[in-house]
Design a protein around this ligand. Structure first.
Ligand code: NAD
Length: 530
């Protein structure tokens, strides 16, 4: 695989005028296209395992294009992967943590070196534009680095405690649990496979990953980087297949000591409720969002329109942090909507591997149906379609799933389109009389993932920060009203129905969740008398 010079692209990167970046990406797309359609194995205990039955990973850009084929894994495959992970655990746990970190840092460097190739495949696999795909790959590498750095800063989480006598010494040691199951979603197919798996492995656990069936190749590529970095066999295992069997076996099998799930509220809550068996096992569920932005009369409306546009329509509204509802104060509502529509109208929708494209397709037909239903529902409920509401059906787009950026106004604030996570480029804008009303509406949601405000009044900003129920909040952020967190820069985790742990990914308290505390008191010999 060709290596290209490293460039740091984050989700807040606004433009990429860098010619070298553009040509490197174009070349990587060519290489990626030349290698499409292969059949990949699962990874179990360092062995590659095939199955007669495979499923096709097709591109949402053009469903005639088969990205890859993967085995339909079975419960037996999951059981074997868990057994391999259990067998690998003692040696991995006992590997000095500096050595563990060195391997995972090597993997991070390999991912960065291969960023263009991995991102090109991801763009084809899930429809991200080039900057978003490069960001996802680079985030994966930075997650490994950041969690490793945090582990190192804490000196491996060994801490001397107090003592009640001169012959007694006690230390607190955080120790790994054993085997973590990781179930990842389609929308950050490398970062949300690699981040949780990386956190678990840095802490000394071993892992069985089940990637999304809409994006197994990005998960597989993460495994490839680990293998090439010299990760011992069995520390990372990957089983592909349906959530209903492969995911369910992971959840039910007593050989799993902990779980990280990232995905929808429905599946996450089901897992959360049923994961506890004979005794509690840790489970982190990172779930959906219905993320509000508030625009007050003290906002810079240009800044607000730009920030909302980027967060509502970036990756087609398919980020868990996507901005899907706006509460704007009445006196500035018309001007705000006009500016938003003007900006969003300029969005180029199409093949996301093309340089000029900002919005690609949604992931599958189900998502397109959700979009269509939302548009129909908005119209039937008296809403106005201020922009979009269409599905592109040109010769270039008819075999993919291409909704247009859509802004709806005029719906009652209690309408379901202000409550349900849709995960498509569909934004509702409602008018409010005050910041307090906006905050009440913003918090009247079962979700609490991200939120943003646009106001240049300090008291308003403080009130927002004090009151808003969300794990990730932004003030006056042109680069994204509610989106664009980065490891070590913004912690990322949900409150309420958006997440279970209260300790966020990408942040300083994450890696500890893969460890359990042991207090070790050792009584030494009495000092010998004179
Ligand atoms: P999803 O819930 O459909 O699938 C997530 C994963 O769960 C997939 O790997 C899927 O195969 C698996 N799964 C499905 N049914 C299962 C079952 N019964 N048992 C075990 N596993 C099962 O979600 P998705 O469509 O891939 O991703 C989009 C969702 O993820 C959105 O709701 C989004 O908000 C959420 N998300 C949240 C975060 C966050 O950090 N909070 C990040 C990204 C995505």
């Amino acid at each position: 695989m060709a290596t290209t010079p490293r460039m740091k692209i984050t989700y807040a990167t606004l433009s990429a005028d860098n010619e070298e970046l553009q040509t490197s990406f174009d070349a990587a797309v060519e290489r990626a296209r030349a290698g499409l359609g292969r059949t990949y194995p699962m990874l179990i205990g360092g062995e590659e395992r095939m199955r007669d039955e495979t499923f096709e990973d097709r591109s949402p850009i053009d469903t005639d294009v088969v990205i890859a084929r993967f085995p339909v894994g079975t419960r037996e495959d999951v059981r074997d992967a868990i057994a391999a992970a259990r067998a690998a655990f003692p040696a991995w746990r006992n590997t000095p943590w500096r050595e563990r970190l060195a391997i995972l840092r090597r993997a991070a460097d390999l991912i960065s070196e291969r960023q263009f190739d991995y991102a090109a495949l991801m763009a084809l696999e899930v429809g991200k534009n080039r900057l978003e795909a490069l960001g996802d790959v680079e985030e994966t590498a930075d997650l490994l680095r950041y969690y490793g750095d945090e582990f190192e800063k804490a000196d491996g989480f060994v801490k001397p405690l107090g003592s009640l006598s001169p012959i007694e010494s006690t230390r607190s040691v955080l120790r790994p649990y054993g085997v973590f199951g990781v179930i990842s979603p389609f929308n950050f197919p490398m970062a949300l496979a690699g981040g949780p798996a990386g956190g678990a492995m840095i802490a000394g656990n071993t892992v069985v990953l089940k990637p999304s069936s809409d994006a197994p190749l990005s998960g597989w590529k993460f495994g490839e980087a680990l293998r090439d970095a010299g990760l011992p066999d069995g520390v990372f295992n990957l089983v592909t297949g349906p959530g209903e069997t492969v995911g369910a076996e992971l959840q039910e099998n007593p050989g799993i000591d902990g779980m990280v799930f990232t995905g929808s509220y429905e599946v996450g809550m089901k897992l959360y409720r049923s994961f506890t068996k004979d005794y509690p096992r840790p489970i982190i569920t990172e779930m959906g969002g219905k993320n509000p932005a508030i625009v007050t009369r003290h906002a810079d409306l240009d800044e607000a329109a730009e920030g909302v546009m980027r967060s509502a329509f970036g990756f087609d509204g398919q980020k868990c942090s996507a901005n899907s509802r706006v509460y704007v104060e009445k006196p500035v509502a018309a001007e705000f909507v006009a500016k938003l529509v003007e900006k969003a109208r300029d969005i180029t929708v199409g093949d996301p591997t093309q340089r000029e494209t900002w919005m690609g397709p949604v992931i599958n037909q189900r998502a397109l149906d959700t979009f269509q239903r939302a548009v129909d529902d908005a119209k039937a409920s008296g809403g106005s379609i201020a922009l979009g509401g269409e599905v592109l059906r040109t010769a270039d787009t008819e075999r993919g799933f291409f909704p247009t950026p859509t802004v709806v106004t005029g719906l009652p604030l209690e309408h379901r389109l202000y409550r349900d996570e849709l995960f498509v480029p569909f934004l509702v804008v409602g008018e409010v009389d005050s910041l307090d009303e906006a905050l009440t509406e913003a918090n009247a949601s079962e979700y609490g993932l991200t939120a943003g405000i646009f106001s240049h009044d300090d008291a308003e900003v403080q009130r927002f920060l004090d009151t808003i129920q969300a794990g990730v909040v932004y003030v006056n952020r042109r680069a994204g009203a509610t989106t664009g967190a980065w490891p070590g820069i913004q912690s990322f985790g949900g409150w309420k129905g958006s997440g279970s742990s209260g300790k966020s990914g990408l942040g300083p308290y994450y890696v500890q969740q893969f460890l359990r505390e042991q207090s070790q008191t050792v009584i030494g010999d009495e000092p010998s008398g004179q």
